[in-house]
Design a protein around this ligand. Structure first.
Ligand code: GTP
Ligand code: MG
Length: 373
């Protein structure tokens, strides 16, 4: 097995879905951990739908997918095995709904059932845990996706620590669901991933600044979101071929009392950078995100904490709108950014200070430039 990891550098919504979708074809096995408070967005081409990427009509016909439990490869690489690791928390309705949607999508294309493996130790969030979390003051104290959306993730994680949560093996409806959802198999994920022909992508959730262990406590999430935590939650050894760190040009935090930005950033308004706030609503809670200026220090710290080998800089279209929609697939791999000096300056600075090459640029919700210089 060879594993690579994709992680967020800041406070989530860095566009991990965009990059995961772009590189999906290189891996035959994709692993998600985390919980439904992470929503990864990716677009696939579909000539029979009318929906287009927001604000950029020339993209043509794209279909939007929001992945809260399954890896983005569900749509970006239909041949891949989709895995939910032992550290994951499953919201049953969201999970089964995602499988229903995937099944319909595959049926339309004449594809058979997907291959979905779920570790028996992944936990399932129960209705009583959702109610218990809603009765706490968590939402008031910490602006977070789970607390706002009422997902019960914090309590489910706490129950797991107290050894009275419910893991997949001990859930009655799982047996029932397994009969209907033939594509889902319960297994020991670490053992299954050990096969020599597995090229595995671990799709991280949220961002390094939200990590329970090294983030801005208490304004953090309920797990370690760095590459090390991702390996542990996926059940693979912490040795990666590649660690791709995804960083936004303008970091965000979710709406409400969600805590400080990193030193070196200051909070701004969307209008200050000419972005329509409506286009920056969170994927899961649909609230307008808070935004700040780029902190180079934060990226240096995140590159160290994750052992980054490559950086994907997303939202380059916010730095220079002329780069919006540009992509490597149409024009080959790019070797120079001289036509976009503001983006070039930023890329050079990041590479100088982190010592890590910038290998991808996000230029819109559905466009990526691959850099090779
Ligand atoms: P979390 O794990 O929930 O933090 O998700 P994520 O990092 O996968 O981010 P997500 O896909 O939820 O959010 C990013 C949003 O910005 C989505 O709506 C994407 O379609 C969009 N997006 C991603 N990359 C770019 C980019 O380079 N430019 C622009 N304009 N939008 C982008
Ligand atoms: Mg998201």
């Amino acid at each position: 097995m060879i594993a690579s990891a994709l992680v967020g550098a800041q406070f989530g919504s860095e566009g991990k879905g965009l990059i995961a979708g772009y590189i999906a074809g290189h891996y035959n096995t994709h692993v998600r951990v985390g919980a439904a408070n992470a929503g990864h967005t990716l677009y696939t081409w579909n000539n029979s739908v009318e929906e287009v990427a927001p604000g950029i009509p020339e993209y043509g016909k794209l279909e939007k997918h929001v992945m809260q439990q399954l890896p983005c490869a569900a749509y970006a690489n239909p041949d891949a095995t989709l895995v939910v690791g032992p550290g994951a928390l499953i919201s049953p309705e969201i999970f089964l709904d995602e499988i229903d949607q995937l099944r319909a999508w595959r049926n339309e294309r004449g594809l058979g059932p997907a291959d979905i493996l779920v570790d028996w130790r992944a936990h399932v969030i129960l209705d009583e845990q959702i109610a218990e979390e809603a009765a706490t003051d968590l939402e008031k104290r910490i602006g977070s996706t789970s607390a706002t959306a009422g997902e019960g993730i914090g309590i489910a994680q706490a129950d797991r620590v107290m050894r009275h949560g419910r893991c997949v093996r001990f859930i009655d409806w799982w047996e029932y669901a397994a009969n209907i959802y033939v594509e889902v198999r319960q297994c020991d994920v670490p053992m299954r991933l050990a096969d020599s022909d597995r090229r595995v992508l671990l799709e991280g959730t949220q961002g390094t600044g939200l990590s329970l262990t090294t983030g801005e406590f208490p304004y953090v999430t309920s797990r370690n979101t760095t590459a090390a935590g991702l390996a542990a939650d996926a059940g693979v050894a912490p040795s990666f071929k590649q660690v791709i760190l995804v960083a936004r040009t303008y970091p965000i935090r979710v709406a409400g009392n969600s805590g400080p930005f990193h030193a070196g950033s200051h909070e701004i308004e969307w209008e200050d950078i000419g972005v329509d706030p409506a286009s920056e609503r969170t994927t899961v809670t649909k609230k307008v995100r808070r935004v700040a200026t780029f902190s180079l220090e934060q990226i240096v710290e995140a590159a160290r904490l994750n052992g980054a080998t490559g950086i994907a800089l997303t939202f380059c279209d916010y730095v220079d709108p002329r780069i919006a929609g540009q992509s490597g697939t149409a024009q080959g791999v790019w070797s120079s950014l001289s036509a976009y000096p503001d983006v070039e300056r930023m890329v050079n600075l990041i590479e100088q200070e982190t010592g890590v090459p910038v290998i991808f640029l996000g230029t819109g919700p559905a466009s990526v430039i691959e850099l090779r210089r």
